[in-house]
Design a protein around this ligand. Structure first.
Ligand code: PLP
Length: 392
């Protein structure tokens, strides 16, 4: 057992849940009120209006008491019919999990990716989607599902390009986007990028604890929901949209997480979305410079898809990334993200999202550098110094 008493603060650098600022924690601790009482409706309307600004949409945003997975399911069951065919672009573990969920609820899934390319290392190639849709002359494909920020591989894809691919193919498929880890950290424009449903969650860029999830809608998605026959109840949009008109929910909402969401929206608007996105880009660049100085490989090989949210780092042959992570946790009180799916043991992930600044990132990089040393790895150069040189 490593000699560590875990004093001082914990450095939570997984790519979500991200650290919750104390201002948000305090808001969450306010007394729970009557969710059908007079105060709640006004509060509910404020939150429903505020969250639209984060998605950059004029359309309704559904707030579920559910994690990202429940919100994935919400997106599918509201716009599809049993047996519908849906295209999934494989960018990593989360694209695969969403696809597996779709299959379990009776959707016919088809996976696409660029031939001859390790799609877990490159962002979405929209031309592959366009080509597939052009072949679907009978319009059997009802939706295209893509992950905006693939948290398992550290890649952010161009959603506007996917919309353009669907339009250029003159195909009526809906565009369903997972921005569970992108929203609030990487720029996201639900309306102008033409997403039909955007799925998100509370525990990443929004700096909240896990527990609430989102579906941002388009008029086309709302129309599709009126024709959708998949059995649904709790996740159905119709009753929620009706109640939301007056700021209420048909069931008991997560009142205290909503207090936190209200606070988060206020904090994000005060800092400014563009400033937040620039901060994430800056920290991500510093992290990548550290990785290069260590002489390690970024899981993402596509410079146009580098994620501002997290960096996934390939460990050298013979090193177990989870042993390195265990060391960082036990010795330095630093949590790093594990490799998911086929990347288990092969990569670790550094989250630099949400309430993160230069010095919290530097602490994480320092912990990684010391842990690499403890694994017997001799870095080419100091990643800490490389990141500092960039940040200063
Ligand atoms: N999609 C992405 C991109 C994620 O990163 C996650 C969780 O990390 C999910 C979906 C699933 O969300 P949850 O774990 O909140 O159900």
């Amino acid at each position: 057992k490593l000699d560590n008493h875990l004093s001082g603060r914990h450095f939570l650098h997984i790519p979500g849940p991200s650290p919750v600022p104390s201002r948000i924690l305090r808001a969450i601790s306010y007394q729970t009120i009557d969710h059908r009482g007079p105060e709640f409706g006004e509060f509910g309307l404020k939150v429903l209006d505020g969250i639209k600004k984060i998605f950059k949409t004029e359309q309704p945003v559904i707030i579920y008491s559910a994690s990202g997975t429940g919100s994935w399911e919400g997106a599918l069951v509201n716009v599809l019919n049993t047996g519908d065919k849906v295209l999934f672009y494989e960018t990593g573990h989360f694209a695969n999990l969403w696809r597996a969920l779709a299959k379990r609820i009776g959707i016919e899934v088809e996976v696409v990716g660029k031939a001859g390319q390790d799609t877990w290392r490159w962002g979405v190639d929209a031309s592959v989607i366009e080509e597939r849709l052009r072949k679907d002359t009978q319009h059997e494909i009802k939706a295209v599902c893509v992950v905006h920020n693939e948290t398992s591989t550290g890649m952010t894809s161009n959603i506007a390009a996917v919309r353009k691919a669907i339009d250029d193919a003159k195909h009526p498929a809906l565009l369903l986007v997972d921005s569970v880890s992108g929203l609030g950290s990487a720029d996201y424009c639900h309306d102008t990028w033409g997403a039909d449903v955007t799925v998100s969650g509370s525990q990443k860029g929004l700096m909240l604890p896990p527990g609430i999830g989102f579906n941002a809608l388009s008029p086309k998605a709302i129309e599709a929901s009126k024709r959708s026959t998949i059995p649904k109840a709790y996740l159905a949009w119709d009753e929620i949209l009706e109640s939301n008109k007056t700021g209420y929910w048909p069931t008991t909402p997560s009142t205290n997480l909503m207090y936190g969401l209200h606070e988060a929206i206020d904090m994000m608007q005060t800092e400014g979305l563009d400033t937040i996105f620039a901060r994430h880009q800056r920290l991500a660049e510093a992290c990548r410079r550290a990785v290069a100085a260590w002489g390690l490989e970024n899981q993402c090989l596509d410079a146009t898809a580098y994620s501002p949210v997290l960096t996934a780092i390939v460990v050298p042959e013979g090193m177990d990334a989870d042993v390195l992570r265990k060391h960082a946790l036990e010795k330095f009180n630093l949590s790093l993200g594990t490799g998911l799916g086929k990347l288990k043991g092969k990569i670790f992930r550094i989250g630099h999202l949400g309430d993160c600044n230069e010095l919290s990132l530097m602490a994480a990089l320092s912990g990684v550098e010391m842990s690499l040393g403890a694994m017997g790895y001799k870095p080419k150069a100091s990643g800490v110094v490389a990141a500092q040189d960039y940040l200063k």
